[in-house]
Design a protein around this ligand. Structure first.
Ligand code: SF4
Length: 341
């Protein structure tokens, strides 16, 4: 099936677009007129962490450019198989320290994560959860009810974060029932959703999803994940407009990635594209040292200089906070920008 045929078959139907996602490096290289040999043992890398790229995201990549910043985020490459000191399977200590019961991750005061879905619409090669045991955290209906009971008994949780994988992989009806149940938690004030789906498949922002997320008395924050301005096209802008139309606050978190967005121009372009879509750039994460992603690392001092330069070019609200996750720490650690002399 050609990319054009996939696109024609799936217009407007996010689940069909999901099913038609490209899952092999050879297919992805062919769709972009690239030589698969350029990426080394991509089949071996995809065996370690599966490749998944939906067509709407593919459509924003440049044909014939192996260094396209969107392609680089998702193409399995042989370099992932090289061992790197300090890079491991649980880089932020979620499995070892912060997974108190299936489906729940608890790292910081006042907040908890509920792992709603164990997969994503796109598989990002740098993902800190690329080795997370989603299978052990997949929730049956009864386990989900038990997780909600556990949350109700925790005294200090005022914010619940729907995460995954990508929580918006769950269907609209399931999400509506889940948000209904969360709405009944006595202390909950804020529902936060961490998702990349409105970026990779904008048609995911359906009327049913908007109804599910829109609840009186519960503030909803949706944290998108885009790393490069080329990810934000008209369809993504439309999805963001629909979300904002329901009073949902939109923020973005990006990861600083070598070869993707590690220049002041790329970061400025991302901030501009986000702002055009009504989204504030909130966090710029340093790479978590997950096995297979060492080639994306940017040294701290360079990251600080990049954010310092960005601060000279953009207003403060378009300069994200540069942060790192430290296993076991009570909060993210912020790194100060290094301003040009
Ligand atoms: S969408 Fe997020 S959770 Fe999913 S693979 Fe990408 S970075 Fe990881």
């Amino acid at each position: 099936m050609t990319v054009d045929v996939i696109a024609a078959a799936a217009v407007g139907d996010w689940q069909a677009q999901l099913r038609a996602a490209i899952t092999s490096p050879a297919q992805l290289a062919a769709a972009l007129a690239l030589d698969p040999a350029h990426f080394g043992d991509s089949a071996g890398a995809a065996a370690d962490f599966a490749l998944r790229v939906p067509q709407p995201f593919l459509a924003r990549m440049r044909r014939g450019d192996p260094d396209d910043p969107l392609l680089r985020q998702v193409m399995a490459a042989g370099v992932e198989l090289q061992a790197a000191p300090g890079f491991n399977d649980d880089p932020v200590g979620e499995v070892a320290e912060a997974n108190p019961r299936p489906g729940i991750v608890r790292k910081y005061a006042g907040r908890a994560l509920l792992l709603v879905a164990g997969g994503c619409a796109v598989n990002c090669r740098y993902c800190f959860r690329r080795h997370f045991p989603y299978g052990e955290n997949a929730l049956s209906r009864a386990e989900c009810d038990a997780a909600l009971t556990w949350l109700a008994d925790e005294d200090d949780i005022e914010e619940l974060i729907l995460s995954g994988g990508d929580p918006l992989l769950a269907g609209d009806r399931y999400l509506a029932e889940l948000v209904d149940a969360l709405h009944r938690l006595p202390r909950l004030k804020t529902l936060r959703v961490h998702t990349r789906l409105p970026v990779v498949i904008p048609d995911r922002v359906t009327a049913g999803l908007l109804d599910a997320l829109d609840r009186d008395g519960l503030r909803t924050v949706l944290v998108l994940h885009a790393n490069h301005g080329n990810e934000i096209d008209r369809a993504v802008q439309g999805a963001c407009e629909r979300l904002r139309g329901r009073g949902i606050t939109l923020l973005n978190q990006a990861v600083l990635l070598a070869g993707v967005n590690d220049s002041a121009d790329a970061l400025a372009g991302l901030s501009d594209a986000l702002w055009d879509a009504g989204v504030l750039p909130y966090y710029l994460h340093l790479l978590d040292p997950v096995r297979g992603a060492a080639h994306f690392a940017v040294p701290d001092d360079r990251a600080q200089r990049l954010v310092g330069e960005l601060a000279t070019r953009k207003p403060g609200y378009l300069v994200p906070r540069l942060v790192r996750e430290v296993p076991g720490a009570a909060s993210k650690r912020e790194l100060a920008p290094a301003y040009p002399a």
